[in-house]
Design a protein around this ligand. Structure first.
Ligand SMILES: [Zn+2]
Length: 502
């Protein structure tokens, strides 16, 4: 897990003036949830208690994780809204999670634009990965080894188990706070300023997993990695490299090491497990290489990215030519050079490769060049081949909207949502499609679902209230709005009740 954010409690006092609003916002949000009693915790640093899973129900874990996840998505400027990279991490995660024995939450992965090497897991299965960590992974198995380790922190309920037993009454609030702190990257002073000092220090202490938890996550992660068919050496090489960095940087060790302390013992354990396994060559998927190339194309200024990737292609410094050229085409597109991107795209099309990411880039280049019809054609063909590629479906909606084909967009969006009933991105696009057609009731209804699915209950209720008053829509439409509004209001009442009784 985790992003260490609070420095030593004896560090210089917090400078509230430089607090980044989004983080403060979400800490406040979490604090608002806490019962009065837990705001005055004892100063002592908690021991690691053996709190069983039963102390925090899976529903509660999910709720805490979801709330912080929603907050990151809405308020963290470094959240990377990239459905392709999220989906890629999700595929690796599902492959690993399929090997878990027993019940476990569904995992969802998201990406934070941050060059530090880190990843962190929140209760309920929400796992954040820094772009720096993805870029540092030299093979897919290396990346998978970190995800497997994080997944194991979740399945073993390490955050909840790390909370002192004496504080059990407040466990939900404490876990929520711990998660908020770990998710608020960056300035240590920020969090320290926002949260009452001693309490924050106590929580921070729990964010650095104990050696036992680390070894447990390694052991279980290793098994998942192995059973899922990855190269288990990936764990040894990646963690070994992190450890080497750690020694070089001393106090500025990669953040991953600060929250997942690496010990010689841990490394030895991993090495001992690796030697027992026969050698297994596991080639990287094309998507692994494309995801890294895509991230590289986003680094620095557009001109820097173009220069870097041009050099790589020129010097033939790459694992796969197709990924290097894809990166260069992405960087050229980012630099508003549609013609240059197109040339690169034509070159890479000659290579054999199979990924919807190539199609979405080709379509984006066409759109930039003003050929939206051409982009739509590419995406429609792509969706035929990759019906589950969400970025392709969103691209189709965007093209239809650009082309003022509101009716087609409405039809496409509604069909799509039959299969992907909780896709908030598609609801936002559908709301735009209805708006383009001037259909107010349906627009606000779709917008309400978008808000609901991103954890914004109040705005969702507002949208439905607006929909109720919409001059269009038939009796059936209005009854659906009324029914949904009743549902959301009762959820709101439940939430208010929960807060009181905590
Ligand atoms: Zn760990």
């Amino acid at each position: 897990m985790s992003r260490k954010v609070i420095g030593n409690p004896h560090d210089a006092p917090a400078i509230i003036g430089c607090v980044k609003k989004p983080f403060l916002y979400f800490l406040m949000l979490v604090l608002a949830w806490m019962p009065i009693g837990s705001r005055a915790l004892a100063d002592g640093l908690p021991d690691l208690g053996e709190v069983s899973q039963g102390d925090l129900s899976p529903q509660m874990e999910k709720r805490i994780g979801q709330q912080v996840m929603n907050d990151i998505r809405l308020h963290d400027p470094d959240y990377l809204d990239d459905p392709e990279i999220e989906a890629y991490l999700g595929r690796i995660g599902s492959r690993l999670a399929a090997q878990i024995e027993g019940s476990h939450p569904d995992f969802s992965f998201f990406v934070i634009k941050d060059s530090t090497l880190n990843a962190f897991a929140m209760p309920g299965g929400f796992i954040g990965v820094h772009t720096g960590l993805i870029l540092a992974a030299q093979s897919e198995s290396e990346l998978a080894s970190v995800l497997a380790h994080e997944i194991s922190h979740v399945t073993q309920h390490h955050i909840a188990r790390g909370i002192n037993k004496q504080q059990q009454g407040q466990i939900a609030a404490l876990v929520a706070m711990a998660v908020a702190i770990l998710a608020s990257r960056g300035d240590s002073q920020v969090t320290q300023g926002a949260v009452v000092g001693s309490q924050a220090a106590a929580i921070q202490n729990q964010l650095n997993y104990s050696r036992d938890f680390e070894r447990e996550a390694d052991r279980l992660g290793f098994t998942l990695l192995d059973k899922a068919g990855f190269d288990v050496r990936g764990m040894a090489t990646f963690f070994g490299r992190l450890e080497k960095f750690g020694r070089l940087y001393e106090n500025n060790a990669p953040s991953y090491l600060r929250t997942h302390p690496m010990t010689t013992e841990r490394m030895t354990d991993i090495d001992n497990r690796v030697v027992l396994k026969p050698y297994r060559q596991v080639p990287d998927s094309i998507d692994f290489l494309l995801v890294k190339a895509k991230l590289r194309a986003q680094e620095g200024t557009p001109a820097d990215a173009v220069a870097d990737l041009t050099r790589q292609v020129g010097e033939r410094k790459f694992n796969a030519e197709i990924a290097a050229r894809y990166g260069l085409a992405s960087a050229r597109l980012r630099a508003d050079d549609a013609a240059g991107a197109e040339t690169e795209m034509q070159r890479l099309r000659k290579e054999k490769a199979d990924s919807p990411m190539l199609d979405t880039l080709a379509a984006a280049i066409e759109r930039k060049a003003g050929n939206t019809e051409g982009a739509l054609k590419i995406l429609r063909q792509s969706l035929g081949r990759y019906p589950q590629a969400r970025a392709v479906a969103y691209g189709i909606m965007e093209c239809l909207l650009d082309l003022h084909r509101g009716e087609d967009a409405v039809r496409f969006g509604n069909d799509d949502l039959q299969s992907y009933t909780t896709d908030y991105r598609m609801y936002a696009l559908l709301a735009r499609a209805y708006a383009a057609q001037g259909k107010q009731l349906q627009q606000h209804r779709a917008q309400a679902e978008y808000y609901y699915l991103t954890g914004q209950l109040m705005p969702a209720i507002e949208q439905l209230t607006i929909a109720q008053r919409a001059p269009d829509g038939d009796f059936y439409g209005h009854s659906q709005v009324d029914a949904r509004l009743r549902e959301l209001k009762s959820m709101q009442a439940e939430e208010a009740k929960d807060k009181k009784t905590q």
